[in-house]
Design a protein around this ligand. Structure first.
Ligand code: NAP
Ligand code: MG
Length: 504
């Protein structure tokens, strides 16, 4: 690490180190040198076609759009825009391969392909992590330690189920549904693709997947991996495009199953679009999840959990702990420790291994976050933001806390999907639970206390699909995930994640 001495006003000296995009600011005494992840080993093609029937092909419209790096706004590649004609070709390819190959193959053989895909993902993990970070803006540390290993783990896990489905549904004979249309968002691009594709293939279905327009690259890398793994053509087709492409896909009459992860607004549209058809559907939607910090909690541990729950990955997490509910007697100390900890968060170049908070995924999302912060202030919230400096190029947001908010504020009720935490206090357990449940969402929650009995009683009263106790944002392929209320329908992950893809 290159360290430079710098004279201070008082005549002493501090160690200063050069940083690239945003200097990582660790108070007045220290600045760390950039520790950039290399990207020379990564090949991003100047242009990507649609992955249909095992091959990359030109889109029917011949139209391409740019995918950019949100940390510096540079174009990474040109991406094909699929129209109705391409959607039809992809669904037909998936149907042919379902009828002729995949549904006839034994579970054991299907499992071998999934294991092979998982192993290649592991071999190419560094490349996938770099591409994920360049295309989406998340810190390389997270892509490397969370997104890519978990994505591979999902393929490994469901590979194991492929030849054991009769044990997953004992006494019943599960059969696949046919062609699955899967539409995913931009916050965990490869991981969401793995969540969707692995259980579908393990159960004998074929797939047409549409990644988000701002983060298509790792799905296209995954298509290369399917080629490398010799996955039979048409078993997975990847079509890129905008919302209209997703809408064409989910309403295509050749589709038997729709799996969507994204916003509640689009989830509702999709639900309406398929009403009256015999398509099966699962929806993984938005959230406004709460941390409940009780006075008997380990405060330092809880503060770390809060930071992890909302600030890492720029708050681009569906189950982000975006509301802090803290027992009144410890509110002051929790906030003091939280603000201190937030000041140490490094915001800047996502490719720097020291970075905690990377770039906001798109200009549109940055504007949405800024709009919510302004709305919170107008409604009367007190604002705290860290003193970090943001880079001039790219899309960024400072870690933000809005305290003194009321339950009715928009910032308390609506999903912001950025590094913005609201704070409310409560006195009794009942009041805490009541506030935690009082939003249209029900995706996740966090309970912080040293009393085991309180963990059980509070979590059983939270209307949330996942409740973490004395930790937050922990994922495992064996564990089901999904929401209550406007956070969705159905579960993904674990044995429960097989169910949406089978019939009896
Ligand atoms: P989004 O706007 O709903 O988009 C999700 C996907 O749907 C994208 O691929 C999008 O394409 C596509 N799409 C847009 N309009 C469509 C339509 N009418 N029909 C079919 N597809 C359409 O969500 P996002 O902004 O990408 O992602 C953020 C949201 O995802 C947040 O609300 C977050 O909570 C949620 N999320 C939920 C989970 C969960 O498991 N519950 C996990 C991750 C994220 P374009 O990209 O081209 O617009
Ligand atoms: Mg991009």
């Amino acid at each position: 690490m290159a360290l430079k001495k710098k004279k201070t006003l008082s005549g002493g000296s501090v160690l200063k180190v050069k940083a690239s995009v945003a200097p990582l600011n660790f108070g007045t005494q220290w600045q760390y040198v950039e520790a950039l992840e290399g990207s020379d080993h990564v090949k991003i093609e100047p242009k990507y076609g649609l992955f249909i029937d095992g091959k990359f092909v030109e889109p029917h419209s011949k139209k391409y759009f740019d995918t950019i790096n949100p940390a510096n706004e540079k174009v990474l590649s040109k991406i094909a825009e699929a129209d109705a004609h391409d959607v039809n070709l992809a669904v037909e390819a998936a149907r042919r391969s379902y009828d002729n190959v995949w549904s006839k193959m034994s579970g054991k053989e299907r499992g071998k392909y999934l294991f092979r895909i998982a192993r290649i993902m592991q071999e190419r993990a560094r490349e996938l992590a770099v591409v994920e970070t360049l295309d989406g803006g998340k810190p390389i540390r997270e892509s490397k330690s969370v997104d890519i290993p978990l994505a591979a783990a999902h393929f490994f896990y469901y590979a194991g189920w492929a030849d054991k489905l009769e044990y997953a549904f004992s006494g019943r004979s599960p059969r696949p549904l046919g062609v699955a249309a899967q539409v995913i968002p931009w916050n965990f691009p490869l991981l969401m693709a793995a969540w969707k594709i692995a259980p579908a293939l393990a159960t004998g279905n074929t797939v047409v997947l549409k990644p988000a327009e701002t983060t298509p690259l790792t799905a296209l890398k995954l298509a290369e991996i399917f080629q490398e793994a010799d996955l039979p053509p048409g078993v997975v087709n990847i079509i890129t495009g905008f919302g209209a492409t997703g809408a064409e896909l989910v309403s295509h009459k050749g589709v038997n199953k729709v799996a969507f992860t994204g916003s509640t607004e689009v989830g509702k549209k999709i639900n309406r679009a398929i009403l009256g058809t015999d398509k099966r559907i699962t929806l993984e939607l938005g959230g406004k999840s709460a941390h409940l910090i009780f006075e008997d909690a380990s405060i330092d541990q809880a503060v770390e959990g809060i930071v992890n729950g909302i600030f890492f990955n720029q708050g681009h997490v569906c189950c982000a702990g975006s509301r802090l509910l803290v027992q009144e007697s410890v509110e002051k100390i929790v906030l003091r420790k939280l603000f201190d900890r937030m000041q140490t968060l490094a915001v800047g170049d996502p490719m720097d291994k020291n970075t905690d908070i990377g770039a906001i995924n798109s200009h549109e999302q940055m504007k949405k976050i800024e709009g919510y912060i302004a709305s919170g202030k107008t409604e009367g919230a007190k604002l705290f933001q860290t003193s970090c400096r943001l880079p001039s190029k790219g899309f960024w947001a400072k870690p933000t806390v809005l305290s003194e908010v009321a339950q009715s504020f928009r910032v308390v009720q609506e999903e912001i999907f950025g590094p913005v935490l609201t704070v409310q206090s409560f006195r009794t357990v009942e009041e805490g639970i009541e506030k935690a449940n009082n939003t249209p969402y029900g995706l996740a929650g966090g309970v912080w206390t040293d009393k085991g009995s309180k963990i059980f009683s509070v979590s059983s009263h939270l209307r949330a699909g996942v409740v973490w106790a004395n930790t937050y944002n922990k994922f495992d392929p064996t564990s089901p995930f999904g929401g209550y209320k406007e956070s969705g329908m159905g579960r993904e992950g674990g044995i429960s994640g097989l169910l949406p893809y089978v019939q009896f």
